[in-house]
Design a protein around this ligand. Structure first.
Ligand SMILES: NC(=O)c1ccc[n+]([C@@H]2O[C@H](COP(=O)([O-])OP(=O)(O)OC[C@H]3O[C@@H](n4cnc5c(N)ncnc54)[C@H](OP(=O)(O)O)[C@@H]3O)[C@@H](O)[C@H]2O)c1
Length: 291
């Protein structure tokens, strides 16, 4: 089986290439090979002659999307249309990687695959438009929503570890009213590997189980890395000025994957595995209260 992966050098694209390559031929379509901002994408993807396309490339800078919503639509929506048209022309299925940010974030429980979408920022709107175009153009597709990814070169875990080396004056300030599903890229890659063998097309939420606020995620990173001496102050989303406003509460529930036996471990376990990989795992031993 030959599989093309857009964004092959990105955080998730690299994990997908690693997970799939032992048994399949991977055609990497990194940014150097493919510029999503061009209708030429259709012919380029068709020329790959693959049996399946995984579309992981995207404009992922959410603040950049807020500053330039038209560019976000060009890359994340039109770019996805070109990839979908190529799949349609080749008659092959598409895996479209989407996001928790298609939801409004005002729920009181984790979002199921079939809950109403309602993006609140330009990034989310452009990714949802990508989902819609996939549904419009293709009969055979998997839409895989992921969230709060870690595992590559640039991510929240690495940022916290870096900040722990030289904390800003007053320590770290972390938002405690933005809640999501921290997710390890290799776990998503393994789940996608299993999913594409099922032909069970549809919409999936592949996130590690459980949820965390940015604040509790950061504190857990510091605890598992043995850096509890680093001071953390909890702040509110409203105190953290940035160009894009995230949906506040977007943990995702994996209903459709679980029905096929595809589940992802708790995020704390995945985080510990990642810290081991980075050589940063040194959990603080908390003293029993009686001592
Ligand atoms: N990161 C998260 O927490 C998160 C959360 C929810 C959903 N997602 C989704 O998951 C997928 C993978 O995310 P990720 O974290 O792996 O992102 P990433 O590390 O930023 O990788 C994205 C890849 O897309 C490429 N790309 C960007 N603009 C492009 C363009 N105009 N044409 C062609 N390629 C382009 C990038 O290449 P360059 O680096 O060379 O620009 C990069 O290799 C994306 O679809 C994203 O929307 C991510």
């Amino acid at each position: 089986m030959r599989i093309a992966i857009t964004g092959a050098n990105g955080q998730l694209g690299s994990a997908l290439s690693a997970a799939l390559s032992p048994k399949r031929t991977i055609v990497p379509l990194g940014h150097q090979q493919l510029e999503l901002d061009s209708p030429a994408v259709v012919e380029q993807v068709v020329a790959s002659g693959v049996d399946l396309v995984i579309h992981a490339a995207a404009m992922t800078n959410v603040d950049g999307c807020a500053r330039d919503p038209e560019q976000a639509y060009r890359i994340n929506s039109l770019g996805t249309k070109y990839v979908a048209l190529a799949c349609r022309s080749m008659g092959v299925p598409l895996v479209y990687i989407s996001t928790n940010e298609v939801f409004a974030g005002d729920n009181e429980r984790p979002y199921y695959e079939y809950d109403q979408t309602g993006p609140v920022n330009a990034y989310g709107r452009s990714k949802l438009a990508g989902e819609l175009v996939v549904r419009e153009l293709l009969d055979r597709f998997y839409i895989v929503r992921v969230a709060w990814l870690f595992g590559g070169a640039r991510n929240f875990v690495r940022t916290i570890l870096r900040l722990a080396e030289a904390p800003p004056d007053g320590g770290l300030r972390m938002v405690d009213d933005e809640v999501g599903s921290p997710t390890f890229c290799p776990d998503v890659a393994e789940a996608v590997t299993r999913l594409i063998a099922t032909d069970q097309y549809g919409t999936y939420h592949f996130v590690n189980s459980g949820s965390a606020s940015r604040d509790s995620f950061a504190r857990t990173i510091l605890r598992l890395a043995g850096r509890t001496e680093v001071a953390v102050t909890s702040i509110k989303l409203a105190d953290y000025r940035r160009d894009s406003v995230p949906p506040p509460y977007t943990p995702l529930a994996n209903l459709a994957g679980a029905a096929l036996g595809i589940t992802l471990r708790p995020w704390e376990e995945a985080l510990a595995a990642y810290l081991v990989e980075l050589g940063a795992y040194a959990p603080s031993i908390e003293r029993p209260l009686s001592l």
